[in-house]
Ligand binder design. Structure first.
Ligand SMILES: O=P(O)(O)OC[C@H]1O[C@](O)(CO)[C@@H](O)[C@@H]1O
Length: 198
């Protein structure tokens, strides 16, 4: 490709990237604006009231929950990721926070069943209020996004569960910010809890 063709191709790609940034901004704004904030408030209260918080999600949903878990740890809460080597047994008084766009991912549903059997509370973030996962939950946050197999959905032009996963991130960030603002801890205090073995 000559230099002129290369520049033209780069500017076409840049224009497409700009359009897609807008697409994602608009989709996440529309979807997160449709979240019932009372559900987010209920989730924040349950996190605050739990002895320990366990988190379980698969794939990208699980990765977003790991980011949320880090922030809850920065608040000084005791948090564990289901399936990690050092994660102890969940018991009564604990909260299991699960996220699954479909609400059917088997490992996540199984974790919720185990938590219920152990007497723990379960809070679920999902698109699907009629899913097995939602049926097990004491508290729900419904994110009205496309599910990972809703190809060609009118809810999103993005691939698979991306809109759910992005909205899950924003929703859990809002829960963190709400919990933090209810403390009198400055950022410097939270910073002391940051990993220092990285
Ligand atoms: O949010 P769900 O429906 O539980 O899906 C979990 C994950 O499964 C995958 O399909 C594969 O890991 C991812 O796209 C998604 O993050």
């Amino acid at each position: 490709m000559d230099a002129v063709a290369e520049r033209s191709s780069l500017s076409e790609t840049a224009a497409r990237a700009a359009l897609n940034l807008s697409l994602i901004q608009n989709e996440t704004a529309g979807t997160t604006n449709a979240i019932d904030v009372r559900q987010l408030a209920d989730l924040a209260e349950r996190i605050r009231g739990a002895e320990r918080v366990f988190l379980s999600g698969a794939g990208r949903s699980g990765l977003v929950l790991r980011m949320a878990a880090m922030r809850l740890m920065h608040l000084g809460l005791t948090v564990h990721i289901a399936g990690d080597t050092t994660t102890p047994a969940i018991t009564a008084g604990d909260l299991l926070l699960v996220a699954s766009g479909s609400g059917t991912t088997s490992g996540v549903v199984k974790a919720a069943e185990t938590a219920v059997a152990a007497g723990a509370d379960v809070a679920a973030v999902t698109t699907n209020a009629g899913s097995p996962l939602a049926g097990l939950a004491d508290a729900l946050v419904i994110i009205p996004a496309a599910q990972k197999t809703d190809h060609g959905s009118s809810l999103s032009r993005q691939y698979s569960g991306s809109l759910f996963e992005q909205s899950l991130f924003l929703a859990t960030e809002a829960v963190f910010q709400t919990l933090w603002e209810s403390t009198d801890e400055p950022a410097e205090q939270l910073w002391l809890r940051h990993a220092n073995l990285e």
